[in-house]
Design a protein around this ligand. Structure first.
Ligand SMILES: C[S@@+](CC[C@H](N)C(=O)[O-])C[C@H]1O[C@@H](n2cnc3c(N)ncnc32)[C@H](O)[C@@H]1O
Length: 241
């Protein structure tokens, strides 16, 4: 099946990595047009507040933009980066620093099956949890991968709790992101999928509650700046010792 605008969201999620294969070569160009994209990834990397020599997993690493943020903040860390799109990983592998990272192709639903078996002191999942077919099952696996006392950060859109955030997101997605996606990657359904998957995703309170149900402690949410304030968040949590 190929994702279309009509594909039910639950089915579309299974096709997200294949859809990213088709836009991989233009992904860095498009995100480069988004003010704050890279800076905000750095905020989430910093908010993990890990030791210099931490073991870190970057889940749904894509072309390595989130991996680059981790590497900048923690130059002495041991970083593993996983994505299910070989096309996105192929772009990541062209980065001059790619040799410093262990790259894995696999499903974020079960990172250990792809060789990311931890334990990790920190996990960053940037724009990933919204895309997995079963968020609770994914969280259960991530809890097991995190070392006791370790920190996890979900860098993610969440607009359901605020009518203003939802309206601004729909405006930006409809007026800028989808047209820019049509120009840079004609025929790709991924940017329309992005709009509706964000609208459908948990509100801040619901996602925090989901994290607590999965066993995480000290759950807290931090904002971004710029137009993404109230739209993109760092959701942080710990695995209790
Ligand atoms: C929006 S990109 C984000 C990439 C990167 N984290 C960043 O911040 O630039 C989302 C990535 O999630 C990956 N992805 C989506 N579903 C996945 C899954 N079930 N398992 C692994 N990767 C997945 C896609 O292939 C894509 O590369």
């Amino acid at each position: 099946m190929t994702m279309t605008v009509e594909t039910p969201l639950a089915d579309a999620k299974r096709e997200v990595p294949a859809a990213f294969n088709r836009v991989a070569r233009r992904y860095d160009l498009l995100t480069g047009l988004n003010p704050g994209y890279r800076r905000h990834l750095r905020y989430s990397a910093e908010r993990l507040a890990l030791r210099d020599d931490a073991r870190i997993l970057d889940l749904c690493c894509g072309t390595g933009l989130s991996t680059a943020a981790l590497r900048d903040v923690y130059p002495r860390a041991t970083i593993t980066a996983l994505d299910a799109s070989q096309g996105m990983l192929d772009v990541a592998l062209t980065k001059p620093w790619a040799g410093e990272v262990r790259w894995l192709c696999g499903d974020a639903m079960d990172p250990a099956a792809a060789g990311a078996d931890g334990p990790y002191d920190g996990i960053l999942m940037a724009y990933g949890i919204r895309n997995v077919p079963d968020a609770d099952a994914c969280l259960a696996n991530l809890f097991e991968l995190l070392a006791p006392g370790g920190t996890i950060c979900f860098h993610e859109y969440s607009v359901a709790d605020s009518a203003v955030s939802r309206a601004l997101w729909n405006f930006v997605a409809g007026a800028i992101i989808i047209p820019a996606g049509v120009l840079t990657s004609p025929g790709s359904p991924i940017y329309r999928y992005l709009r509706r998957s964000v609208v459908d995703f948990d509100g801040v309170r619901a996602f925090e509650e989901r994290l607590r149900r999965a066993g995480f402690a000290d759950v807290r949410t931090k904002p971004m700046d710029g137009w993404q304030r109230g739209i993109v968040h760092s959701f942080l949590a710990e695995r209790p010792r």
